[in-house]
Design a protein around this ligand. Structure first.
Ligand SMILES: [Mg+2]
Ligand SMILES: [Zn+2]
Length: 192
């Protein structure tokens, strides 16, 4: 079996656009402080694959094109590679709310990742995100969940009020890495 670390994109790797807005082009894409270092440190031989799962409803709304999102991801992957990291896969939900099985908190993108790697053990994997939808999807998988939030605990409290399990919270992906949140994950399950 293999494991993955599923990373939400906006708010985890790059600065999230204001509510109701979208990152429409590479010019609008800005890595968060420490994100590239975090991805480099999470990229370990024999360790979990890093897979991005991102809701991009702006495509359905006509705010940006699929091609623009693909271009962002190509450049993002190149920037990650230049920093010494590897993104193993990127899954995008381009749909409107309640129109598909893949938009988080749905788990369709995670199931797609498993179709690409049938040995992937979703329940032994980890989901990192900045929203309740990320945590809910992670809980549905039975995965470990980490929240990136810099809001004095507001999102974490909201999650707990909804009965969601949150296994750790930090202000950035790098802070989670530095706190050792992923240190054991390479040893869970059978090595590749
Ligand atoms: Mg997000
Ligand atoms: Zn979808």
């Amino acid at each position: 079996m293999t494991q993955a670390i599923f990373l939400d994109r906006d708010g985890v790797l790059n600065r999230r656009a204001p509510d109701g807005q979208y990152v429409r082009s590479w010019a609008e894409f800005e890595f968060l402080p420490g994100a590239l270092e975090a991805v480099r440190r999470l990229t370990r031989p024999g360790g979990p694959s890093l897979i991005i799962v991102t809701n991009q409803r702006g495509i359905a709304r006509g705010v940006m094109s699929q091609a623009a999102v693909d271009d962002i991801h190509e450049r993002m992957g190149a920037a990650v590679a230049a920093a010494g990291g590897v993104i193993a896969g990127i899954h995008v939900c381009p749909h409107e709310k309640e129109a598909c099985e893949c938009r988080k908190p749905g788990i369709g993108m995670f199931l797609a990742a498993q179709r690409a790697d049938p040995a992937l053990d979703l329940a032994a994997s980890t989901v990192v995100g900045d929203s309740l939808a990320d945590l809910e999807a992670g809980n549905r998988l039975g995965a470990r969940t980490y929240l990136v939030a810099d809001d004095d605990g507001a999102t974490a409290s909201a999650a707990r009020e909804l009965g969601l399990t949150v296994d750790g919270v930090a202000a950035s992906l790098l802070a989670l890495v530095s706190a050792g949140c992923f240190d054991d994950s390479a040893t869970i399950g059978v090595p590749r």
